[in-house]
Design a protein around this ligand. Structure first.
Ligand code: TXA
Ligand code: MG
Length: 334
């Protein structure tokens, strides 16, 4: 980081310590950050986003050594996940220490913790810790229900008055993978760029996904917990991440078939070849899942800004590498 950045970071840390909000770059998406121990500051986050206050926030930490401040119990598989993936795009749900960060946890008995790897996030967390801020609660810095921000400019669009640290375009581009570690077995609550098989490999435990739950209804009967998962991860609302234009997920063949008869302004985001149509915007979708995730939210915003009525996105390929992208697109299309 250059000197100008260091003084901005210090200024932002001071703002957090005073109880103000800042825009925070992370490797996944930008966050709207507040001191996790300050209930008034946390209330401002919910209010600014228009987010219901029982909808819990992720607390960002400088390092794993801070986890015991917030979590009352860390299973061995959670420890292994932290060692392998932190700092990085992984959030763990753990049983919460009582009496800490209640507002950030939205009144839940568990807490979401994550240690981000973005150098500017790390610098901010270190500076804030030096001023007594032990954890930084931050949801994605967008209005509730809209597309997450992956640049500082996206954050300023939604929050023009906010002090935003500019850390460039986010490298991952979709939100962290969330793994519930508050039970005997880890469960992915929100898919991200880290796949369930990778997480299973590094944790030494089989990490369940929503597909496992759907295909194995006996899990729900055996463990009442599974049926409560939607309530446990309220951010998994069906209509999350929606652009203004209507988003449709279609195969390339469907796109080609519908284009000649379409009666509104349409933009396409596709990997396969599709014949050009006058007046139809076309953007190329990366055929690699990681590159596609990185581009996703900025691309949806860009097509949205063209004032089209519909955005047609080519259905992502099968395979777990695409789980995070597929999840965001399905929600945006819901
Ligand atoms: O990548 C990310 O995770 C970004 C950056 C800023 O770190 N943050 C983010 O925060 O995506 P947000 O608030 O947009 O999403 C947090 C998700 C929500 O779906 C919320 O329901 C879930 O985490 N969550 C938080 N605490 C939880 C808890 N105790 N139990 C279950 N889910 C929880
Ligand atoms: Mg969000």
């Amino acid at each position: 980081m250059v000197n100008a950045d260091s003084s901005r970071v210090l200024q932002a840390a001071q703002a957090l310590a005073r109880g103000d909000l800042i825009g925070l770059p992370t490797e996944t998406v930008y966050g709207l950050a507040a001191d996790a121990h300050n209930p008034q500051a946390v209330a401002k986050v919910f209010q600014s986003k228009g987010r219901p206050a029982q909808h819990p926030l992720i607390v960002h930490l400088l390092e794993a050594a801070q986890v015991p401040l917030f979590a009352s119990h860390v299973p061995r598989f959670a420890q292994a996940l932290m060692s392998a993936c932190w700092p990085g795009p992984l959030t763990l749900i753990l049983p919460k220490q009582s009496g800490v960060a209640d507002a950030a946890a939205g009144g839940h008995a568990t807490i979401a913790l994550r240690c981000p790897s973005h150098p500017m996030a790390q610098a901010l967390l270190r500076a804030a810790l030096g001023l007594g801020v032990q954890g930084v609660a931050a949801p994605s810095a967008n209005l509730f229900g809209s597309v997450s921000p992956t640049t500082a400019a996206h954050v300023r669009e939604a929050f023009p008055q906010l002090l935003v640290l500019d850390g460039g375009a986010c490298a991952v581009g979709i939100e962290s993978t969330i793994v519930d570690c508050s039970r005997d077995q880890p469960v992915v609550l929100r898919p991200g760029i880290l796949t369930a098989s990778y997480l299973s490999e590094v944790s030494g435990m089989s990490v369940l996904t929503s597909a496992d739950r759907a295909h194995n209804a006996s899990l729900d009967r055996a463990e009442p917990f599974f049926s409560g998962l939607v309530a446990a991860a309220p951010g998994t609302l069906a209509s999350h991440y929606a652009p203004l234009a209507r988003l449709r997920l279609l195969t390339a063949a469907d796109m080609a078939m519908r284009l000649p008869i379409v009666d509104c302004r349409v933009a396409l985001w596709h990997r396969s070849a599709i014949p050009a149509f006058t007046g139809v915007l076309q953007a190329v979708m990366p055929s690699d899942a990681v590159a596609c995730a990185q581009a996703l939210f900025a691309q949806l915003r860009e097509l949205d800004a063209q004032g089209v009525q519909e955005i047609w996105v080519e259905t992502p390929p099968a395979g777990e590498a695409w789980d995070g992208v597929r999840d965001r697109l399905q929600r945006a299309a819901a």
